[in-house]
Design a protein around this ligand. Structure first.
Ligand SMILES: Nc1nc2c(c(=O)[nH]1)N[C@H]1C(S)=C(S)[C@@H](COP(=O)(O)OP(=O)(O)OC[C@H]3O[C@@H](n4cnc5c(N)ncnc54)[C@H](O)[C@@H]3O)O[C@H]1N2
Ligand code: MOO
Length: 389
């Protein structure tokens, strides 16, 4: 039996394993949370003309100016300005050709159809130049980025009604364990409400997956094989529990029986050592440990990156932020460890509970603190790598 592999190696293998699914074109307005399958090229310049950034007067030459018309947003003044002419202008309206400056309304002194300034407007000030935001033909959004509200807005502004995005994977979640009951309000004293399936489904769905829930499945090889059969249509199958070395831990033996290729089993992290990556035909299989916190942490580190990668994300792994800790942390151990932490006024407060079954402490966590193997003790105030949950 080979030993656990490092997290970095496991991540490298994971990213080589899953390829992006086919792309699809959908309305830009429905793209929040999706990943771009192609670069987005501007079909127009923004702004398409020089625009006023303020309400006031577009003026040409020296004062006083005679007011010859109006330029409104969407209703431009049709002619050029001559020297000593002005038009009333609104924010977002075209500056007529010949505009030298914008006299803001607050500094305008009207006298019949003439206008003067109480403060001379500086040339070019308050004029948004054509194409200053982006130019026609420019790449405004790059392939592989996550689409959020700002990206939807820029795509529309660049003239796109629809966008090409990675297809969302179907993820089947199989919960294993004789002790698990589906209904938490009907749980005999010797059993346990199944909680990992719902937790993993919420995590995967939040990352864009379409979910199939299977189980809880009892610890019997034929039942687990049947569950894999029911998951045949999924792009990715995630199991929870039965990943370790116990007599009733059946995920690995059943997968071998079904002819799956196992890439790795066991990663040197805490929590979450018994973790399995396999492939069966085009289907990727991720076996997560049953302990609830291990399940959460390994889903965060492996399941969510797989889902992002399948949707064409260019940066699917979680990103660490260096944040100061409010209290000291003891030296790291022989596995890379992910400690729960929460936001506090003086920095991240490490949560002392480290048991991999302790869900209440997980529910208080805002971050996972990444502690390297044999990391030296960290004093209060030191910045440590954290993953925001
Ligand atoms: N001899 C060894 N024993 C164990 C090792 C080891 O290396 N040698 N590793 C330990 C570690 S680390 C972990 S993590 C667990 C993982 O075990 P399994 O993936 O086989 O999980 P189970 O045994 O099925 O369950 C563990 C624990 O979690 C509870 N559980 C399981 N599924 C759910 C669920 N869907 N909802 C809520 N709770 C669940 C289950 O009742 C158990 O208490 O193995 C260690 N053992
Ligand atoms: O990973 Mo186990 O997750 O250390 O309890």
């Amino acid at each position: 039996m080979t030993g656990p592999i490092s997290l970095d190696l496991a991540w490298q293998r994971l990213l080589n394993y899953a390829t992006p699914l086919a792309s699809e074109r959908i309305p830009a307005d429905e793209c929040c949370g999706r990943y771009l399958a192609d670069d987005v090229i501007a079909q127009r310049s923004q702004p398409s003309h020089d625009l006023s950034a303020m309400d006031g007067y577009a003026v040409s030459g020296d004062e006083p100016w005679s007011v010859v018309g109006e330029s409104r947003a969407g209703l431009p003044y049709g002619a050029s300005l001559k020297s000593r002419e002005a038009v009333l202008i609104s924010t977002g309206a075209h500056c007529p050709a010949g505009t030298d400056a914008i006299l803001i309304k607050e500094n305008a002194v009207l006298d019949g159809d003439m206008v003067r300034s109480s403060e001379t407007p500086s040339p070019g000030r308050h004029i948004r130049r054509q194409g200053f935001d982006f130019e026609y033909g420019q790449t405004v959004l790059s392939k592989g980025i996550a689409i959020g509200p700002a990206q939807i807005a820029v795509a529309r502004s660049a003239g796109h009604r629809s966008l090409s995005v990675g297809r969302q994977p179907t993820v089947a979640i199989i919960e294993c364990g004789d002790e698990l009951v589906a209904d938490p309000q009907n749980c005999p004293p010797d059993r346990l409400p199944a909680s990992n399936g719902a937790m993993l489904a919420a995590m995967a769905e939040g990352c864009g997956a379409r979910i199939i829930r299977i189980g809880p499945v009892s610890d019997e090889a034929d039942k687990l094989a049947e569950a894999f059969g029911n998951a045949a249509a999924a792009d990715l199958v995630v199991t929870s529990g039965g990943a370790s070395v116990g007599d009733h831990d059946l995920v690995r033996p059943v997968l071998l029986e079904l002819g799956a290729e196992i890439d790795f089993w066991k990663v040197a992290i805490r929590p979450g050592k018994p973790l399995l990556l396999a492939r069966r035909g085009a289907q990727v299989i991720l076996g997560l440990p049953g302990n609830p916190v291990s399940s959460y942490v390994t889903a965060f580190l492996f399941l969510l990156p797989l889902i992002r990668q399948m949707q064409a994300a260019n940066s699917p792994l979680p990103h660490a932020h260096f944040l100061p800790i409010a209290t000291a942390i003891e030296p790291g151990g022989e596995r890379r460890e992910f400690l729960r932490g929460k936001f506090g006024e003086k920095g991240i407060i490490p949560i002392t509970e480290r048991d991999s079954s302790a869900l209440a402490s997980l529910s208080h966590a805002d971050v996972l603190i990444d502690r390297a193997i044999d990391a030296p003790a960290a004093k209060a105030g030191m910045a440590v790598p954290c993953y925001i949950l």
